[in-house]
Design a protein around this ligand. Structure first.
Ligand code: GDP
Ligand code: MN
Length: 392
């Protein structure tokens, strides 16, 4: 689960990570009031920042640094409600529903910090780089040596010596080293105690008066641990998520929207991956990943169908089911009921195997609906790719 910058900063501040003073604003009067309060309390400038889940807001025009109240209000009016397009939002962009108004910092250097799980090592890795304010993926591709890493022993946590190593590698001044170590350790503590899956501070800045701040903050959380973090769970913002994925999560369906034209309905994540591969191999492209799970109910299958059909780019549907716990006849009943209820006109290709497969095929045949059944995965994939081309 992702959260907004202002929410991440609030969490980090609780753990003692220094963040600039700021106020979140949902309306223009609130933004004006926020700027006024900051100026009244000694700010020499404010920065107005779009709060959307995607990064790259600065380049997209979603971050404005201003010096006066009038300019702050003008920036807020421009950004609030805009359709902000960044490399992470896709071409349609994301509507800005709220702003973070913050006191500006007098930046000396822009650096980078991140914590992620390194799956190869099986441990958390603390990353730091002098190349802050840029996309870290680009830095990693061009010059991997520009990112220094410390692997963290989970029994010890981020040790002070590791913090110092990172701080020296960033070229921090002697007066900043101890501050930096405390900063890094607070960041690590926040990560572990909230069951985060990613923390990224880009930029992590030094100021002209030698202070350190998290100028931007990104946090994502392990969905499987949210049950024990009610406070974090509350921060979920459904408006920022793909509506079809939100719908799917209501019915415990594992659905990820993709950009192809062949919808897939599959049980089991491994079979779902294999199905996407074979669609590609047959010359098509999948419109989604969908795992209805081993024990899907008829109701879940109906909802899965509705979700697949509400994606306008879908030209054909591929149902690839191995009936283990989910019996094939029950799946077939679900498919027929859903196809009738939703008056599906798109071609549907099935490949079925497993428990009660003959009964399942019979149900499809007797339905009078236009299903094609492939006897192998490859044959079914060829059929569905051909059907999608006709429909396109
Ligand atoms: P992102 O583009 O979505 O990652 O948004 P950031 O919060 O990282 O802001 C983008 C850039 O705006 C930063 O790299 C800074 O260069 C600049 N910026 C953000 N806040 C301030 C500030 O308080 N003062 C100044 N001078 N620049 C800022
Ligand atoms: Mn950033």
């Amino acid at each position: 689960m992702k959260i907004h910058e202002f929410q991440a900063k609030a969490i980090l501040a609780k753990y003692g990570v220094p963040v600039p003073r700021g106020v979140v604003a949902n309306t223009l009067p609130e933004a004006a009031e926020a700027a006024k309060t900051l100026f009244a309390n000694g700010a020499t400038g404010v920065v107005v920042k779009a709060q959307i889940h995607a990064g790259g807001r600065g380049k997209g025009g979603g971050v404005k640094v201003v010096r006066t109240q009038a300019d702050a209000e003008a920036a807020a009016a421009k950004i609030l409600g805009m359709q902000l397009i960044t490399h992470q939002t896709g071409p349609q962009g994301q509507k800005v529903q709220r702003l973070l108004v913050e006191e500006t910092a007098s930046i000396d250097r822009e650096l980078y910090l991140g914590i992620v799980l390194d799956r190869a090592v099986g441990k958390l890795v603390f990353m730091a780089s002098k190349a802050g304010g840029m996309e870290i993926e680009e830095v990693a591709a061009k010059d991997p040596t520009a990112i220094v890493k410390e692997v963290i022993d989970p029994a010890v946590g981020l040790a002070a010596y590791q913090g110092r190593k990172l701080a020296f590698a960033l070229g921090l001044k002697p007066t900043q080293i101890n501050q930096a170590v405390a900063f890094f350790q607070s960041l690590y503590k926040a990560f572990v105690e909230t069951d985060a899956s990613l923390v990224e501070i880009n930029p992590f800045i030094t100021t002209t008066d030698d202070k350190l701040f998290a100028l931007d903050a990104k946090m994502t959380f392990d969905d499987n641990a949210l049950y024990r973090h009610a406070d974090v769970r509350e921060l979920r913002d459904l408006a920022e998520e793909d509506p079809l994925e939100v719908e799917a999560s209501k019915y415990a369906l594992n659905y990820i929207k993709l950009d192809g034209s062949i919808a897939c309905m599959v049980n089991g994540a491994g079979l779902a991956m294999a199905t996407m591969d074979i669609i590609q191999y047959a010359g098509g492209s999948p419109a989604n990943f969908l795992d209805v799970g081993g024990g899907a109910t008829q109701e879940q299958i109906e909802h899965a169908f509705e979700i697949l059909l509400s994606d306008a780019s879908v030209k054909a549907i591929f149902i690839n089911i191995f009936g283990g716990i989910l019996r094939v006849d029950r799946l077939a009943q679900g498919v027929v009921a859903a196809a009738r209820k939703l008056s599906v006109t798109l071609p549907i290709v099935l490949r079925l195997e497993g428990t009660n497969v003959e009964e399942g095929r019979q149900i499809l045949k007797e339905s009078g609906l236009n299903f094609q059944v492939g006897s192998t995965m490859k044959e079914a994939a060829d059929l569905v790719v051909a059907a999608a081309k006709v429909g396109a």
